[in-house]
Each structure stands twice: as structure tokens, then as C-alpha cells.
Design a protein around this ligand. Structure first.
Ligand SMILES: [Zn+2]
Length: 412
């Protein structure tokens, strides 16, 4: 129940003090209230921070069987430029419904608390069929393919379908313009309200979809929507949908569009436990962006400068930590919350990016890209662990490189 982290008094707050300005109108709270669950023997709200809805089914379910449960709930939105909230110009509905916890073999359901740094999400794929009603003047952008959109009685009702996806998100607002195109059979939609070069943004999104499809494998869905909105970080990825902050410089906006699009391969299609191995999807999204800009110089974003900046940031973190604590902790499989905000970015993004660059130098292009394609093919729609990623390269040296990065012994 991620929506409940936005309530007053939450122990795990969705935004750290450093980003308090996300609450643009001052303090604001929301929350998620479960009204009923049926059929079931009983239900309760539990977890470390009222973040888990635990349902005891009316009847036992055996392997291969299924059960249906109807959950009625109310989500109250805070006024906040974040994943779940009323932003200054739109409404962000990320993580807006109770999502089933991922179930790990031999361990059971994995409970996710909200963490202000990083994306505290970990869920398995499902097929979504969504009916969504907004006031008539609103335009909605969603994760899925739009099956129908009907207006009447001052309202507009959309129905969406999305298969084999680990989440579903919507952004809606009153001032959206839409541009659309096709790339490799994927319907790409760009929703914006403040972009003087919207055509260029759309062309960039299409270029990314084509580039990553060629490098890694086909885009996983029929549609892809990129949506400009209020957001306290650069952006946020959901299956088939990316939120892009309306407060970025043109160059950061383009970089973010590429990074979030890369997450369609690394996070949306190939899932991982983002609370414990954030470097897997963030490192790959960063390195994919590096590859894109290295081959597409016309966008004016220097890939080599980005790689140098990652090196500099990593070395600066090591030197500060060594001075303050006597040693630097550069391990990468720490749980969210065990990092400071800046440290998280340097380890998951910068060191994650350097990991893949080192791996490519060690394996050579042919093996490196064949490994990434195998990884994408084998784990698309599933969940990969660090050892699965290492094994995809079919080279004992790859496991060694990855282990030396994650356990902190690699010298960079
Ligand atoms: Zn990311």
C-alpha cells in the first residue's frame, strides 16, 4: 500500500528533508484506506509502517489454483510533485492501488517499505484491465493501450489493457497536448504542456525505442507514453509510461527521457529487487543512456563527459568517506535506507554505470551485447538476481567483475 506512505505520521516518508520543496504549497498529506476485502476469511493492515494489507483467503489455494479478491479502497492525494500526488499542473498516479508483493521461492512475500532515496518497488508481472474515469476536461495518459475513451455526463471514461507488466500508472491533467508516432511497430505518445520543441522530444523518444530495441531486444509493449508532469526528481519509470519532470533544463530533460526509456528494458521488462539491488536497473539504464548518446552525437549530450563525471563522483565519495570514517563502503547490494541520498546516487547510478563499462571492456563488444540480449530474452517478464545477470554473459570473468564491484573490492 505505497499510497499510505504519504499519510501524516508515516515512519517511512516518501520524500527526504532535502526535497521538502516537492510539497510546493507547504505541508500536505494523503493516505490509502482499505474499505473492504471480499471474499476472504479476514484481513488486516500490518507491515512495518501500515504498508501491508494481509488477506487470509476463505479457502486454501494449492499450486496451479487461483483465487479472486475484490479490494475497495480510498486513496487521498497529497499536493506534492512526486509519484503519487496532485502536482502543480497534473495528477500523478504511480503506485495508486494495492499491488501484490513479489513472492520469493522458499521465503514467501517480500514486504516493501517506502524509502525516500531510490525506487522501493518489487513486484511480479500481471495482466491489467483498467477502467478509469476523470472529469470531462481531463486528458489521461496511462501505462496500457487505450481500448476505448467515452465521454458523457461531464465525465470521460477510459478503458486500458496491459499484459505482462509489473505495475500500472496513470497521469492526468487539464492542459495536455499530445503528439504521437510509430517506431518499430510501437505506438509512442508524448503528453506535454510546456515544450517548445515537442517534435524533437517525440523524435528522440522514437529514436531511443528503435536504438534500444536493436541493441537489447524488442520493446515489451504495444504502446509507450512519455508524460511531462510535476516531479521532484528528473523522472520516474513505470511499465509503458515515463513521468518526465517539467522543471528540468532542456539538456537534462532529454537525458532523463532517454534514461527513463531505457528502464522499459531494465525494470519494466526485466525486473529486479530494487530495494536491495538498485544498481541492476539503474546502472543498466545509465549505461544504456551512455551507449545511446555515444552513438547519437547530434543530441549534443557528451557520453564521455557523463562517464568521466561518474568516475569523479565515485572517487570523491571514496575520498570523503575515507577521511571521515577511515574507510569507504562501496558495496552495492545494501538495502535502500542504508545509504545517504547522495551516496545512493553515486553507488547505484555512477558506480552501476562504471560496472557495465568495465564489463564491456573486459568482455569485448560481441560478448557484452550478446550477454545483455540473452539477459533480456531470458528474464523479460520475470525477475533477475545479480547472479542471473552475471550468468547471462557465459564467461567466468564476468561474474568476477560484477562481484568485485558489488562487494566493494574493485579499484576504480
Ligand atoms: Zn532510473
Amino acid at each position: 500500500m505505497y499510497g499510505n506512505a504519504y499519510r501524516d505520521g508515516a515512519a517511512y516518508k516518501p520524500i527526504s528533508a532535502a526535497f521538502a520543496s516537492a510539497y510546493y504549497g507547504g505541508e500536505s498529506y494523503g493516505g490509502m484506506e482499505i474499505l473492504s476485502v471480499s471474499p476472504c476469511a479476514s484481513w488486516e493492515i500490518c507491515g512495518e509502517d501500515e504498508n501491508i494489507l494481509r488477506v487470509v483467503l476463505a479457502e486454501e489455494v494449492f499450486p496451479g489454483e487461483s483465487a479472486q479478491v475484490r479490494i475497495e479502497y480510498t486513496l487521498t492525494l497529497a499536493n506534492v510533485n512526486h509519484r503519487t500526488g496532485v502536482t502543480e499542473r497534473a495528477v500523478n498516479l504511480g503506485n495508486f492501488y494495492p499491488v501484490l508483493c513479489a513472492c520469493e521461492a522458499g521465503k514467501g512475500f517480500y514486504e516493501c517499505e517506502y524509502y525516500a532515496d531510490g525506487d522501493p518497488f518489487y513486484s511480479e508481472c500481471a495482466d491489467y484491465s483498467v477502467t478509469f474515469t476523470v472529469p470531462a476536461g481531463y486528458t489521461a495518459a496511462a501505462s496500457g493501450q487505450t481500448i476505448s475513451a467515452e465521454s458523457g455526463g461531464g465525465k470521460r471514461t477510459y478503458t486500458y489493457a496491459l499484459e505482462n507488466a509489473r505495475d500500472f500508472a496513470v497521469v492526468c491533467g487539464e492542459s495536455y497536448e499530445i503528439m504521437q508516432t510509430q517506431a518499430d511497430g510501437v505506438h509512442i505518445l508524448y503528453y506535454y504542456y510546456d515544450d517548445g520543441e515537442a517534435e524533437k522530444t517525440l523524435a528522440l523518444l522514437a529514436d531511443c525505442v528503435r536504438y534500444f530495441s536493436e541493441k537489447f531486444g524488442d520493446f515489451p509493449y504495444e504502446t509507450y507514453s512519455a508524460v511531462q508532469t510535476g516531479f521532484c526528481f528528473g523522472g520516474m519509470e513505470y511499465p509503458g509510461l515515463s513521468m518526465l519532470s517539467d522543471a528540468l533544463t532542456l539538456s537534462d530533460y532529454r537525458y532523463t527521457a532517454v534514461h527513463e526509456t531505457a528502464h522499459q528494458w531494465w525494470y519494466a521488462a526485466v525486473g529486479n529487487n530494487e530495494l536491495e539491488h538498485a544498481w541492476m536497473d539503474e546502472g543498466l539504464a545509465e549505461y544504456s543512456s551512455y551507449l545511446f548518446f555515444a552513438e547519437r552525437e547530434e543530441y549534443g549530450i557528451s557520453a564521455s563527459a557523463r562517464l568521466d563525471a561518474a568516475h569523479t563522483a565515485y572517487n570523491a565519495l571514496c575520498s570523503v568517506q575515507s577521511q571521515v570514517f577511515g574507510r569507504a563502503d562501496t558495496t552495492m547490494d545494501r538495502k535502500l535506507g542504508a545509504y545517504g541520498g547522495y551516496e545512493y546516487v553515486v553507488i547505484a547510478y555512477d558506480k552501476g554505470m562504471l560496472l557495465f563499462d568495465t564489463l564491456r571492456a573486459a568482455l569485448g563488444d560481441r560478448q557484452f551485447f550478446a550477454g545483455l540480449q540473452r539477459y533480456y530474452r531470458e528474464y523479460s517478464g520475470g525477475i533477475a538476481r545479480p547472479e542471473d545477470l552475471a550468468a547471462a554473459f557465459k564467461n567466468a570473468g564476468a561474474s568476477g567483475v560484477i562481484a568485485s564491484f558489488t562487494d566493494g573490492t574493485a579499484v576504480l
